[in-house]
Design a protein around this ligand. Structure first.
Ligand code: AMP
Length: 447
């Protein structure tokens, strides 16, 4: 057990478990905005949203991600339910989406089936900057087509989303092909032969990987392993013709649509199900450490999971890392929950009038908060300032008597008296029709 994983005594006041955190209101705006961009780009391209359960039978992940992968060997939150079934919190979504594709006979739909998700995932990772035990990913899956034009389109989609979010220039697209499963088997044997006799120079993880999954030795981050990997036989020299052609075509399409890439023969990705295309978006300064997303082709997975042979390609990106990079770039997102109006009152009669007014303002799309507790009017105004409301409505004894209200411009410190029946209209004028938070439940229901 690692030092930082020592079991802590859990006593009040409670903290979140290690590696997970609250998404506080300040950050919700980022999540909302990113989801909006993803949904928009997905809809434009005909993708439909899917949510698979937070937990699946453990076997779903074991079989798809692979018994020797880091995720399955050390990063899954696996538990037994009360009937002793082994369940696992999803560490990624492709496995669940493929399970769902098969379970729901999506092969009967027009192919390819285009799906996207925005979901939380769980990995028992070592917590550090940009690495958490619960994190959000959005991702896209195109199931039912082999053509490399789709790989190119998927990469373009990822790129467009990064562009929309203002962070595309920070990342470089790393591209590789890892061939078909058969070609890879042959190459793995060649790698094992190359490493034979060099085991003593490998880290403990790589010693284990050498037997189970030698491709993973190529992207080990330990210095000695990196040196050996740089001298190892190159995968591209042992690939099958079909994969090489697929790769050449993909590069042709990327050139055509003007997407820059770096060919990286050491990129393998950590999951067993990939075939042919693999790609990752690496931070230009920090490299793989702070990758923002990645994906690849998984032509064998549907069959491996019990379906018909079906080609597919997918991509996933980490939302927390995107937010960290947006903040690094000082990118601001619209703050939808900022108040428009703060209603302050003095006296019981005024309070009664306020209740109706607050309701009316809200119904008209004006984001309104009222100080309905007791307190001097100047204290209430200070609150209006603290809540950063640009306008305050003040109703005191005189206003009740005269059937009016004061509208105060909080920034300019000026106020005007308005007839109670005209308060909403005047505020709409001041705030601007386009800034109102209006919705029509009927429209929502039928759209
Ligand atoms: P992967 O499929 O493992 O490459 O994950 C895709 C993306 O999800 C990565 O590029 C990261 O942006 C993000 N990601 C993966 N694991 C974590 C984690 N433990 N914490 C935060 N983000 C993660």
């Amino acid at each position: 057990m690692a030092d930082d994983d020592k079991v802590e005594r859990v006593v009040p006041p409670y903290q979140t478990p290690k590696g997970v955190h609250d998404i506080l209101p300040e950050d919700q705006d980022f999540y909302t905005y990113i989801k909006k961009v993803v949904r928009h780009r997905a809809r434009q391209a005909g993708f439909r949203r899917i949510s698979t359960p937070i937990f699946e039978y453990t076997e779903v992940f074991r079989r798809s991600i692979g018994d020797t992968s880091d995720i399955v060997t050390k990063e899954m939150y696996t538990f037994q339910d009360l009937k002793g079934r082994s369940l696992t919190l999803k560490p990624e979504s492709t496995a669940g989406v493929v399970r769902s594709y098969i379970q729901n006979n999506m092969n009967q739909l027009p192919q390819p089936v285009l799906l996207y998700y925005i979901e939380p995932h769980f990995r028992y990772d070592r917590p550090q900057k940009g690495r958490y035990r619960q994190f959000w990913q959005f991702g896209f899956e195109i199931i039912g087509e082999t053509d490399p034009a789709l790989d190119a389109q998927l990469i373009q989609m990822a790129f467009k989303i990064y562009q929309d979010l203002g962070i595309d220039a920070l990342f470089s697209l790393q591209l590789n092909t890892i061939g078909t499963a058969e070609a890879r088997k042959k190459y793995m044997q060649i790698l094992q032969d190359y490493y034979a006799g060099k085991e003593r120079s490998l880290c403990e993880d790589c010693k284990y990987r050498l037997e189970k999954n030698p491709m993973r030795l190529l992207d080990c981050k330990v210095e000695d392993c990196k040196i050996l990997a740089s001298l190892a036989p190159k995968m591209t020299d042992y690939l099958d013709k079909e994969s090489l052609e697929h790769y050449a075509e993909l590069k042709g399409y990327l050139d055509e649509i003007g997407i820059e890439y770096t060919e990286n023969p050491k990129l393998v990705r950590g999951l067993d199900y990939y075939t042919k295309t693999v790609f990752e978006f690496w931070d230009k300064t920090e490299g793989a450490q702070n990758a923002i997303g990645g994906g690849g082709r998984y032509d064998g997975l549907v069959e491996l999971m019990g379906g018909q042979p079906t080609a597919a390609v997918g991509f996933a990106a980490g939302i927390e890392r995107i937010i960290a990079n947006m903040k690094r770039e000082k990118i601001r997102v619209p703050k939808k929950d900022e108040l428009h109006v703060f209603v302050a009152q003095l006296g019981n009669e005024a309070k009664k009038k306020c209740l109706g007014l607050i309701e009316e303002l809200r119904e008209n799309g004006i984001k309104t908060m009222g100080a309905l507790g007791k307190g001097a009017i100047n204290i209430q105004l200070k609150l209006a300032d603290k809540f950063k409301a640009p306008y305050a409505v003040l109703i005191g004894i005189t206003e009740v008597r005269e059937g009016t209200a004061l509208i105060r411009d909080m920034k300019r410190g000026v106020q005007e008296s308005v007839k109670m029946t005209k308060v909403t209209d005047r505020l709409v004028e001041l705030i601007g029709e386009e800034n109102l938070d209006k919705y029509d439940p009927g429209e929502l229901l039928y759209s």
